[in-house]
Design a protein around this ligand. Structure first.
Ligand code: IMP
Length: 423
């Protein structure tokens, strides 16, 4: 395959950054196609730790061209901070002229809205993602072309006049055009050289036969269309969204790699049927710090692997191969459970109820497998896995009907093992 997308199959934090980085070493182009700095993709190369919230995970590879396409919402301040930290003089980065810009009023409005909702808040990441996508749908958004163009101040003035009406309704202070402009004009100047029509560029490169990796953020269960609405993000992180969010024909995308964490986790609010309540088992997951969330300073909720969710992801997005991550973290657990269906009001079901209140009521049906005690973080091939770990992976393939293309046993690039070479 020459054009593939890497997507999260559940609620994000599946290890997409690492898988993208691994595959990006074989790609000519890495394109991030949705979301903004609500994401946090960790990449560790040669012992060096990188956390990207906006930049495509291919930026650590010297030969890769990186794209931020029209489906993204981009906070210029955050992006410049990431660029400064990266210090890569050879970086090739193009930003879509159609991507929307996250502005300070988006953050303030989101904060006020979350406060207003009280206990019903969505527990968003607080980066202004929802308000920026809302403005896009309302046709009052600021796009990159206007941001870096000569009429930025006029555009901003028009938008801020509208935003101040919203500020009055929310009871928050007015936004000041001059203050925002004086700060943001410097960011615009800095980003201007990177802004192009990324759709034209992508189509040309695909026609030339270049290998393109599309990088999703979040996961299918956080999809605005197919996720656990309203506890979702404001974009679609599915393979189906790639053509729309990048400006290519659907048939130019050849496959989707679904990143599956070896167990389930969920950040933020919303139902999670396979949640683990046993304190000892939770302690096992917490002692590694893998589930510590630096964005919020808390541990994510942990649950058993849920194959109803994986089949949902396959149905609504399409999955060609799976990439299973953090398998090493399961070492040391006596028993492992895999959810194979739900029971809702006494009936066994194999779908995600659209109604969140119904979804809260489902009970998971598990199979139980024997665990393994060996440390597997240094293994180099599938054959070296303990027998019970192989059985665990076989069950994932069985219950999804999708082949595992690779799996990982630790955070470093070298701890990724290819089962089938597909890119
Ligand atoms: P928003 O994307 O900031 O609007 O947040 C909406 C919901 O999606 C919240 O529950 C967040 O915790 C969740 N979310 C957004 N981005 C990510 C991510 O990259 N990983 C995990 N959860 C996320």
């Amino acid at each position: 395959m020459k054009t593939i997308v890497v997507i999260g199959t559940a609620w994000g934090d599946e290890g997409k950054g690492k898988i993208t980085d691994f595959l990006a070493s074989k790609a000519d182009i890495v394109a991030r196609f949705q979301g903004g700095n609500n994401a946090g993709h960790t990449v560790i190369v040669d012992g060096e730790y990188h956390l990207f919230q906006l930049l495509p995970s291919g930026v650590v590879n010297q030969k890769t061209t990186n794209l931020m396409t029209n489906g993204m919402v981009i906070d210029p301040k955050g992006l410049i901070e990431e660029l400064d930290e990266l210090k890569n003089p050879n970086l090739k980065l193009f930003i879509s002229n159609r991507a929307h810009v996250v502005m300070p009023y988006h953050l303030a409005i989101e904060h006020a809205n979350e406060l207003r909702k009280g206990k019903d808040k969505l527990a968003t990441t607080g980066h202004g993602i929802g308000p920026t996508y809302s403005d896009k749908a309302n046709r009052i958004g600021l796009r990159m072309d206007a941001f870096v163009g000569p009429n930025f101040k006029e555009e901003l003035t028009k938008i801020i006049n509208l935003k101040n009406i919203e500020a009055d309704k929310l009871g928050i202070p007015h936004f000041n055009v001059d203050e925002i402009y004086d700060e943001y004009k410097h960011y615009a100047q800095r980003l201007r050289p990177h802004v192009i029509d990324t759709s034209i560029y992508l189509n040309e490169q695909i026609e030339k036969g270049k290998k393109v990796l599309f990088e999703g953020a979040q996961g299918v269960m956080l999809c605005i269309e197919n996720g656990t609405y309203p506890f979702v993000t404001s974009s679609s992180p599915t393979a189906a969204a790639v053509p729309l969010y990048t400006g290519i024909a659907p048939w130019l995308l050849e496959g989707a790699v679904g990143v599956v964490k070896a167990y389930a986790t969920r950040e933020g609010a919303g139902p999670m049927p396979t949640l683990i309540t046993d304190e000892d088992i939770n302690k096992h997951f917490h002692k590694t710090k893998v589930e510590y969330e630096p964005r919020t300073g808390t541990y994510r909720r942990v649950g058993w692997l849920d194959t109803v969710i994986l089949r949902h992801a396959k149905r609504v997005s399409g999955l060609t191969y799976l990439a299973v991550t953090v398998l090493d973290i399961l070492s040391g657990l006596d028993e492992l459970k895999i959810c194979i269906s739900y029971t809702l009001d006494g009936k066994v079901i194999d779908y995600i109820p659209a109604d969140t209140n119904e979804y809260r009521k489902v009970k998971p049906n598990f199979i139980t497998l024997r665990g393994w005690s060996e440390d597997i973080s240094q293994i180099k091939s599938y054959e070296e896995l303990p027998e019970n770990a192989k059985i665990y992976l076989e069950k994932i393939e069985k219950y999804t009907g999708v082949k595992i293309g690779l799996f990982s046993v630790g955070p470093a690039r070298e701890q990724t093992i290819i089962v089938e070479d597909f890119f």
